[in-house]
Design a protein around this ligand. Sequence first.
Ligand code: GLU
Length: 549
Amino acid sequence: MDYNKLADLLLPNITKTPDDYASAYPARELKEGAVVTRFAPSPTGFLHIGAIYASMVGQRAAKSTEGVFFLRIEDTDKLREIDDGVTEIVKGLSAFGIVADEGFQPDGGEKGNYGPYKQSERAEIYQCYVKELIKKGLAYPCFCEEDEMARIREQQEKNKQTTGYYGEFAKCRNLSLEEIEQNIKEGKPFVVRLKSPGDENKRISFVDAIKGKIEMPENNQDIVLLKRDGIPTYHFAHAIDDHLMGTTHVIRGDEWISSTPTHLQLFWVLGFKPPKYAHIAPIMKEDNGGKRKLSKRKDPEAAVMFYHSEGYPKEAVMEYLTTISNSNFEDWRKANKFESIDKFPFTFKKMSVSGALFDMNKLIDVSKNVISLFDADYVYECVSNWAKQYDEDFYNIISRDAEYTASLFQIDRGGKNPRKDIAKWSDAKAYCEFFFDELFTPNDCYPEQLSKEDIKAVLTEYVKAYNEDDDKDAWFANIRSLCEPLGFSPDVKAYKQSPESFKGHVGDVSTIIRVATTGRVNTPDLWSIMKLLGKQRVLQRLNDAINRI
Ligand code: GLU
């Protein structure tokens, strides 16, 4: 067979050769050990938290080795594609601080010298390499129709043979050039298949960066390289793109492990050095004592949208995903409390082989911790951005006086042991209700052992004694000085030694004042709260509380 003639017959418009592309995509000049990796989503609409997880892993692997992380859009399946798919992916990632070094950018542009980074714009490149394989007798056109394929399958199933298009069943392998010419003349559509050199009885092994050594039978299927419309399959596009783009590590979901022998074979027939593979197990969830994949249908937290609408800060989601991605991250974090997460020495080896477990309570804990380290202005900015989108009334209230709102978030922040009340921005409203008159609901939740008379007496005396100019020490001394005349102990220890001699202790007196001013038993520093509320409001609340008793 004259393969050159066959190649020109099948792909007459392709005039470039692999050499042209080899020079257009030179080897990258990076330091030794630099990881070049990518996130390669299909723009199908739904952004799964697993996508953030995978791209975060890619970004960390690249960052920690001074490598490159790029974003490639795999849009070869037009049926599954949605209109704004690409924008949604780029925006979805950037909302978590993931911006690729190359490929599509949040501003809508494309960056990098190894593009185009969208597969639908690379058709000619794939066709060039297919043409080359045809010239070498390693690929051939297949004209089989659906019914023919079904017949082959039926026969294989009946004989208990491996199903698929391979070996003796690959009938188009043996078409003569004349038969092919005739088919083309008749306008019959065709796909181009790989003439697989593999043997099902032989085994191939590779070392996965996460899962270790994996051994599987060789691929013997004549897989489709180019579909009827001239668009490649995922398999072929993966080999071409990751070769030309200089990918050193293919980080992808472990549902692709079973295809890896096919991919290694493609790299081999194409004469390319194969990349390393790092197959990520899906994020799992505990369910009825068992483990299952985080499901798009059943679990709201599977959708990236969930984190936005609940208001989990991007830093917290990243911190949490790193926690579940690398088993040694938590120890590192303990030792490097304030260090940027980018400094964490990420490794594939510490990734879970069977699937990291998603635990909402843990996310909440991590998030509280992360938020507790933010400064007040940033908290205000985040709460405000969240509220603008999800709670307009709240937004209007807090933005009336930005300085006031930022100051309330300043209370108990910045010290050694900051409070951890807020896990997500949707918690902020409840947290700061008592700072705003229109959100404040009085709640007389005084400790039960105190009588109404005593509560009333404490509040009445405090209204007289309260001085808004007191510093914290004077403020507390003032509260302490109320105790004795009212029958409370100014000293907790003394109270504990003979509780029967007192109505309560100084802590109870503070609690009464706290409940009257905030409607809560537990709040951040009360002196700071009262300072911020201001004299008029404090007195108003104390007097209202007295009147309710
Ligand atoms: N487009 C493939 C997917 O969405 C990408 C797999 C890969 O990263 O190679 O699953």
